[in-house]
Ligand binder design. Sequence first.
Ligand code: SF4
Length: 73
Amino acid sequence: MTKVIQERSKCIGCGSCVAICPKYWGMEEDGKARLKNSIANAQGDDELEVKKAECNQEAADSCPVQIIHIILK
Ligand code: SF4
C-alpha cells in the first residue's frame, strides 16, 4: 500500500496537482486543492491510502510548496 498525504493548510492553490492528477485531486471553494476521499490523520493532514501512487507522484513532484508526500509502506 501507499499513503498520499497533503498538508492542506499550507496549500497555496496553484492548481498543479489538479491539472496533473485530476483522478485524485480537485479544487475546493476555499481556493485550496483537496485530495479526494482523504481523511484527516492524527497530525491534522489529509491522508489517503492507495494501491499505487499513480499520478500522485507527479502531483507531489509538481507541488511548488512540497506539501504532497508519498509514503511507501
Ligand atoms: S500543487 Fe501543492 S500548492 Fe498547488 S494546489 Fe496542489 S497541493 Fe496546493
